[in-house]
Design a protein around this ligand. Structure first.
Ligand SMILES: Cc1ncc(C[n+]2csc(CCOP(=O)(O)OP(=O)(O)O)c2C)c(N)n1
Ligand code: SF4
Length: 266
């Protein structure tokens, strides 16, 4: 089975807690890569620090485990040096949009051909439950013991506004949709952002009385709806999932090479 050949079995069992959503995201990603028929040598996974970022240790792709919030900066260097490779960057909500927020918006603005996966569990999992820019008002966290008052980013809107040319959202409940979206994101020629709601039963769930991991996964089913559904019209609180942006625009590495060619001629 090709999926097995994409993992580094020597690093298993993994460090994720029982019920963590990040393993489901990894499984979806491996299946997307398998369906694309890609060789592991064509893929580079670059990650920062966090439970999500730990993913780069488990895949038998080329991999770089870098600094918290800086994965996209390293990934930009890799992509510029080897534009023919598929560069995939899994990030937690803190990694992507707190410490890494600046890199995130500028990678989107440049439209560099990287696939950014934001595993949104609404909390800093690895460090024990601090709130992140995606936690939202009312969330209980170690750093918000009387509940969080910070409003959250909408990752989809932030990515689209910053210029990402592929923007999508899914959840760990919707594995088929997640696989399909990841496939499209990987082959997209430009900056692709896939937000995936992923449960952290250990820190977010426990502190916010969200029940067991299966309860949290079930909640993703109930709180989301396909883009443009009738249910959304009836209940505006539902969160839409699917592909929001998918457009062609000059990709950064191609433009960069064009400039190099021009300079060489002159
Ligand atoms: C420069 C720096 N600042 C802070 C940390 C501590 N740190 C490690 S992971 C992390 C946040 C993890 O949360 P998130 O990125 O949302 O991923 P998750 O663990 O929830 O998957 C923090 C603050 C660090 N490693 N490096
Ligand atoms: S702390 Fe949360 S995010 Fe980290 S492995 Fe455990 S369940 Fe997953």
């Amino acid at each position: 089975m090709a999926v097995k050949s994409y993992i580094r079995e020597r690093f298993f069992p993994h460090m994720w807690c029982p019920g963590c959503g990040h393993g489901i995201v990894l499984n979806c990603l491996l299946r997307a890569v398998e369906q694309l028929g890609m060789s592991k040598n064509e893929i580079v996974m670059v990650s920062g620090i966090g439970c999500s970022a730990r993913m780069s240790g488990y895949v038998d792709f080329h991999s770089l485990h870098t600094l918290h919030g800086r994965a996209l900066a390293f990934a930009t260097g890799v992509k510029l040096a080897k534009p023919e490779l598929n560069v995939i960057v899994p990030m937690g909500d803190g990694d992507a949009l707190a410490i890494g927020g600046n890199h995130f918006i500028h990678a989107a603005r440049r439209n560099i051909g990287i696939t950014a996966i934001v595993l949104n569990n609404k909390i800093y999992g690895m460090t024990g439950g601090q709130f992140s820019p995606l936690s939202g008002v009312g969330t209980m966290a170690t750093t918000a013991p009387y509940s969080n008052i910070d409003r959250e980013f909408d990752v989809v809107k932030a990515a689209a506004a910053a210029g990402a040319t592929f923007v999508a959202r899914s959840t760990t409940y919707h594995v088929k949709q997640t696989i399909d979206i990841l496939r499209e994101a990987i082959v997209h020629d430009g900056f692709s952002v896939v937000e995936i709601f992923s449960q952290c039963p250990t820190h977010y769930g426990r502190r916010n009385h969200k029940g067991s991991a299966p309860d949290m996964v079930q909640a993703f089913k109930e709180m989301t709806t396909p883009i443009g559904s009738k249910a959304k019209a009836a209940n505006p609180d539902l969160i839409e999932r699917g592909i929001f942006v998918q457009q062609e625009a000059p990709e950064y590495c191609s433009e960069y090479n064009r400039i190099i060619e021009t300079a060489m001629k002159g």
